[in-house]
Design a protein around this ligand. Structure first.
Ligand SMILES: [Zn+2]
Ligand SMILES: [Zn+2]
Length: 312
């Protein structure tokens, strides 16, 4: 085999390196460091934000300057010039945001760059699935968590951008967190990384020592992104929340599953309801009890439902 012959893996690596080189060598492109230095100015961020908030675009120079509140026209022109082409597009009618400009405003609005809000832990109003004590929600390091203050049982802990805390009271915050967790797992289970849109793979993981295992679960699901290495862990039950068998089982009992916080569903936060049928390939059985009946579903390695059965 000669040096030039390539394996698929080397092929991919070669292509990635070539892509990266091309990106760095691109004459029209701006390096990330340069891009950040351009927007690391209050005035420039104000310009981008004014364009974002403007109901009609393009916006004329004089209107934009008034909106930003800058008297010095030459100085304003200087800052606007720094943004033009990369973040802002200039036409005969005026100025508008380019995709990169919108991305900056979104990042700022999401609070990723400049907020570190303090949220005091608060009572969730729902009981711990293990001991019945009232759950508490807390927020630290841009991560929202629901856990039991008495027995310590975790009920979910996921990244939650600080922008999501704005203008939301505790009830709305819990609702947003519930929706976000479902959404993240939905995307991940469908093979799309919620961070970078890269390819995600789903694995079933069994821990030897459940006490040390993530989420305190001996059997759980792990989604990993092949591109950015982002990792998302969850209970097996969480992946069943949008499955039609499960949704209709609840609907027939008058329960709207999408409006039920996942942490109130024991089979979503505990692995007591999960039984390992096989490990190669993986086959799991999950029991979902609700009022007088139990729905039992059998899952394959991709967490798709292979069989669903009801028992009184
Ligand atoms: Zn508890
Ligand atoms: Zn990713």
């Amino acid at each position: 085999m000669s040096e030039a012959s390539t394996s698929p893996e080397r092929d991919r690596r070669g292509r990635r390196e070539a892509d990266a080189e091309e990106l760095l060598a691109c004459d029209d492109c701006m390096s990330p460091a340069d891009a950040f230095s351009v927007v690391a100015s209050e005035t420039r961020l104000s310009i981008l934000e004014a364009l974002w908030r403007s109901e009609e675009t393009p916006v004329r120079f004089s209107d934009l300057r008034r909106e930003v509140g800058m008297r010095d026209s030459a100085q304003f022109n200087y800052h606007l010039g720094k943004l033009t082409d990369q973040f802002v597009v200039r036409t005969d009618e005026g100025y508008d945001l380019r995709h990169a400009g919108k991305a900056v405003v979104r990042a700022v609005l999401a609070g990723t760059f400049n907020e570190s809000p303090d949220v005091e832990p608060f009572g969730v109003g729902d009981p711990c699935v293990d001991c019945g004590a009232e759950l508490r929600a807390s927020y630290a390091d841009e991560t929202f968590a629901v856990a039991c203050p008495d027995c310590g049982k975790p009920h979910g802990k996921y990244a939650f951008p600080p922008g999501g805390l704005n203008d939301r009271d505790e009830t709305e915050l819990l609702r947003a967190f519930d929706q976000r967790v479902r959404h993240l797992h939905c995307l991940a289970a469908d093979g799309v990384c919620p961070e970078c849109n890269g390819r995600m793979t789903t694995n079933i993981v069994e821990a030897d020592e459940p006490e040390d295992a993530p989420l305190g679960l001996s059997v759980h699901v792990e989604h990993v992104c092949a591109q950015c290495r982002h990792r998302l862990r969850s209970s097996v039950g969480l992946s069943l929340l949008d499955q039609s068998d499960v949704v209709s089982f609840y609907r027939e009992r008058g329960v709207d599953l999408s409006a039920t916080p996942y942490w109130t569903l024991p089979w979503c936060v505990s692995d007591e309801y999960v039984e390992v049928l096989d490990r190669d390939p993986w086959a799991l059985r999950v029991a979902i009890p609700e009022s007088d009946e139990t729905l039992t579903v059998t899952l394959g390695p991709d967490l798709g439902i292979r069989e669903a059965e009801r028992e009184a």
